[in-house]
Ligand binder design. Structure first.
Ligand SMILES: *Cc1c(COP(=O)(O)O)cnc(C)c1O
Length: 462
């Protein structure tokens, strides 16, 4: 399988080179050159596979023989053996029409583990095979950092440095990152905001000499391996539900920030999984809701919400969707992105908007409505939703029609966002793994926000 850029100016690459490139060199995003098409027969055959077996089949379609099957199987098995639930991503029924797909049983209790456990093992594999050094540099507003660190801690050939805004991530998120005692992990706690951290990273990656000299690699959600890993649970959940209810019309409701998770669902659908509707749930940062409803993609004012991992104005994976919306026309995408840069917005014509609305339904959840959803599901079903999951469930309640089944993706364990849940007087007991973090020593270096100071730290560490 070859990978190409949404802007069309990169020679087709193999899977491993695509992973290592991260952002495409022409500024676009990498996508598979062709999307594998699954027959009804294949879907039937996959119906009873375990999660790792299914992951192996799906990765094989996108990697082909670039990684020998036995080695790929080992990577997949190692990646999902760290999950606490035997099903990896179990599906829980709340009522006839609503299911929750629990994606938070990995090491850091957030769905990002599903992709980053695999990417961590993949990077270690590439380092071993090609005898190369991999230095990961990333910024986080909370979940990605913890998950990326867990993905590579203690792995040979890899070092990881994560920047987070000093005292601006949740307590549990901070502890998850900084209690890791491993010589290949460096936590820099930056005196500034998440945007400052992201700007620093962007500028360091733009310094090509520095980037090459120190073998810098990215782990952010534009990495195509992350998307591919996330397609698996759409298939898995679909099979779980249709096993009992073969004719079900199945929707997925996805709490969205960078458009990564929902793009994975879109890809699964394009591969042939008969998803009925993809419901795009946002919080008050609703650029994507407005795009689906009005055909205008334009950032609004930043709003702080109870679901901070979705507090995003510019969705970094959105360009991948534009590529398919415009019939895989890289020139059209290049023009749209140039328009976005120049005018700060993209406006699509009526026929394209119709196509968007055939692909997605959207709903933006207000802050109070998010908390109301947590309260009402707790009261009615005894099920505690985290605030991100609550956005997906609230959107499902608004959009799904009678007789349809909606699977709401649960992207984090509620313990990670206890600060918000307490506002409704709900007390939860932390899982023992999270409780244990409070007694561990922390390892982090507090730094100012200048690029030079960060560079000094990196040079010492690498
Ligand atoms: C990252 C994240 C999201 C958003 O996922 P995207 O792929 O950026 O759309 C939603 N919920 C949680 C808990 C997250 O960590």
């Amino acid at each position: 399988m070859e990978y190409i850029s949404t802007r069309g100016k990169v020679e087709p690459l193999g899977f491993i080179d695509a992973i290592l490139m991260g952002l495409a060199n022409d500024g676009g995003l990498l996508v598979p050159k062709t999307i594998p098409q699954l027959s009804a027969d294949t879907l039937q055959k996959w119906q009873k596979l375990s999660y790792p077996e299914l992951a192996l089949e799906i990765f094989t379609l996108f990697i082909e023989n670039e990684i020998p099957r036995a080695e790929l199987k080992q990577l997949v098995d190692d990646s999902y053996a760290t999950f606490r639930d035997e099903a990896v991503t179990p599906v829980k029924r709340l009522n006839d029409g609503t299911y929750v797909l629990e994606l938070f049983h990995g090491p850091t209790f957030a769905f990002k583990d599903i992709a980053l456990q695999f990417l961590g093992n993949l990077y270690a594999y590439v380092s071993r095979k090609t005898n190369s050094i991999i230095h990961i540099l990333g910024a986080t507003s909370g979940d990605t950092g913890a998950s990326a660190i867990e993905g590579v801690r203690g792995k040979e050939g890899i070092r990881i440095c994560i920047l987070h805004p000093h005292q601006k991530v949740s307590r549990v998120q901070e502890l998850q990152m900084t209690t890791v005692d491993s010589e290949n992990v460096l936590n820099l706690s930056v005196d500034g905001t998440f945007d400052d951290c992201q700007r620093i990273i962007k500028e360091l990656f733009a310094d090509v000499e520095f980037k090459h000299r120190y073998h810098l690699r990215a782990i952010n959600s534009i990495n195509i391996a992350r998307i591919l890993a996330q397609t698996v649970y759409y298939f898995y959940a679909y099979f779980q539900i249709t096993a009992n209810d073969p004719g079900a019309k199945i929707n997925f409701s996805v709490p969205t920030g960078n458009f990564g998770d929902i793009f994975a669902g879109y890809l699964a659908q394009k591969m042939g999984l008969p998803i009925h509707k993809l419901i795009l749930a946002t919080n008050e940062n609703n650029i994507l809701e407005r795009f689906v409803k009005e055909g205008v993609y334009q950032p609004g004012a930043f709003r702080g919400t109870y679901s901070p991992s979705m507090d995003i104005q510019v969705a970094s994976n959105f360009e991948r969707y534009l590529f398919y919306l415009y019939g895989e026309d890289a020139e059209a995408v290049t023009a749209l992105m140039a328009q976005f840069k120049a005018e700060g917005r993209i406006v699509i014509p009526a026929d394209k908007l119709q196509a968007v609305q055939a692909d997605f339904a959207a709903y933006g959840v207000q802050n109070e409505e998010c908390l109301d959803t947590i309260s009402s599901y707790y009261k009615e079903y005894g099920y505690l939703l985290d605030p991100h999951t609550a956005c997906g469930v609230a959107a499902a309640d608004r959009i799904a029609a009678d007789g349809e089944v909606t699977v709401a993706l649960s992207t984090a364990h509620p313990a990670k966002f206890d600060e918000s849940i307490r506002l409704r007087g709900i007390e939860q007991t932390y899982p023992q793994q999270i409780q244990a973090l409070f007694d561990k020593p922390q390892f982090q270096t507090v730094v100012g926000g200048s690029n030079d100071e960060i560079k000094d730290q990196l040079v010492k560490f690498f």
